[in-house]
Design a protein around this ligand. Structure first.
Ligand code: ADP
Length: 234
């Protein structure tokens, strides 16, 4: 699914060069679920931006589903991003004045009409929120808002889900709910899931932990016995 070969990214700020990624080689198979961990400034966000085709590397290679994407222009990059990748954000990034359903429908572009509405509703049902479709984000709990965020990420049928600190704003119970959904999507639907997290007990719900420091991968270990997120009904 993902193959990185000696990937670097250097930001230029005036005359100063900031090396954010200094030679990353990593391979992720379809259907994996992994966590990326590391201290602030270690390059996690930069790596996610490159993986998500939001930014291009300075050197090295990035193959996504067999296609080299590291050197594509903006239009092609956007097309691949739209077709293959779903994003989940720490702060959900929902529009507050429209309903959950309308938020999920947004990535489908206008003009998709009833068909789009049906797909959005199906995506909400996949995260257990069909009954909240007509609520606005302000009428939902943090955990529910993040589930809407996941539904929005799913609505176009991506094969890769990139989640940047998806539980960073949530209490431990809601965090477990989110991890239970991500685990189910991975296990039952074969979605490849990459999660950036600071929290070791969140990472323990994945099957592999990649550790970063100073723009390099310094650890890459399978999780011996991944925790299963179980949430009792409220
Ligand atoms: P993390 O997500 O692990 O906190 P980042 O990928 O955000 O790390 O940052 C890695 C390094 O790149 C840091 O030194 C950071 O200051 C630098 N950096 C990140 N984004 C930019 C940018 N847009 N311009 C210049 N430097 C950046």
């Amino acid at each position: 699914m993902i193959q990185l070969e000696d990937l670097t990214k250097t930001y230029r700020m005036g005359k100063v060069e900031v090396p954010a990624l200094r030679g990353i080689s990593l391979s992720v198979k379809q259907g994996e679920m992994l966590a990326i961990m590391g201290p602030s400034g270690s390059g996690k966000s930069t790596l996610m931006n490159v993986l998500g085709c939001l930014d291009v590397p300075s050197s090295g290679k990035y193959y996504l589903a067999g296609q080299e994407v590291g050197r594509l222009g903006d239009d092609r990059l956007a097309e691949i991003r739209n077709r293959k990748i779903g994003f989940v954000f720490q702060t959900y990034n929902l529009l507050p004045r429209i309903t959950a359903l309308e938020n999920v429908e947004l990535p489908l572009h206008y003009g998709d009409g009833n068909h789009g509405r049906k797909r959005a509703l199906e995506a909400l049902e996949r995260v257990g929120l069909g009954h909240r479709a007509r609520h606005r984000p302000t009428e939902l709990s943090g955990g529910e808002q993040q589930r809407v965020g996941i539904a929005r990420a799913l609505v176009k049928g991506p094969s890769l889900l990139l989640a940047d600190e998806p539980t960073g704003n949530l209490d431990s119970r809601s965090s477990l709910e989110i991890m239970a959904i991500l685990q189910r999507l991975n296990r039952e639907e074969g979605l490849t899931v990459v999660i950036v997290t600071h929290e070791a007990d969140i990472a323990a719900h994945t099957r592999r932990i990649v550790s970063m420091r100073d723009g390099l991968v310094v650890g890459d270990e399978p999780v011996a016995a991944p925790r299963v997120a179980q949430v009792e009904a409220a």
